[in-house]
Design a protein. Structure first.
Length: 141
């Protein structure tokens, strides 16, 4: 590992992080595991070419250690997610449903009408698009 790589990766309380950012290597690894191309990861996380290259070099040089840490971070995140989902279920079970006010009922009706209008508009556009695509084929036959 070069000194450039070492100076770009740091370890604050939240784990391995790319210097000058709040981006952890674990977030970067999520995108790598999901199969994102490097240039899209760089753009999405607002990294420079040097920062991305240094992070990738660091991951490659410390693959086993970083992967073990990443798996631990994923495990803890899943554990927290399950904990808070259980808290939410318990809270909702204790909380009586609030009565629907006339204003809320009117708003829901407006939303449903708008959704139906947009669905119909989308269906018309899809049909028009399919018709345009089918027309050149018919002409060639």
């Amino acid at each position: 590992m070069s000194t450039r790589t070492a100076s770009v990766i740091r370890r604050p309380d939240k784990g391995l992080t790319i210097s000058g950012t709040r981006v952890t290597l674990y977030a970067l690894m999520d995108y790598l595991h999901w199969g994102w191309p490097h240039d899209e990861i760089r753009d999405w996380l607002s990294l420079s070419d040097d920062q991305l290259r240094a992070a990738l070099d660091y991951i490659a040089a410390h693959e086993d250690e970083v992967e073990a840490e990443y798996q631990e971070v994923v495990r803890k995140a899943e554990e927290r997610r399950r904990y808070y989902e259980q808290l939410e279920r318990e809270h909702l079970a204790r909380t009586p449903p609030s009565p629907t006010t006339p204003e809320r009922a009117a708003l829901r009706a407006r939303i449903a009408a708008e959704r139906a209008r947009l669905d119909a508009e989308f269906a018309r556009e899809e049909q028009a698009h399919r018709t345009k695509e089918a027309s050149p084929e018919d002409a060639r036959q």
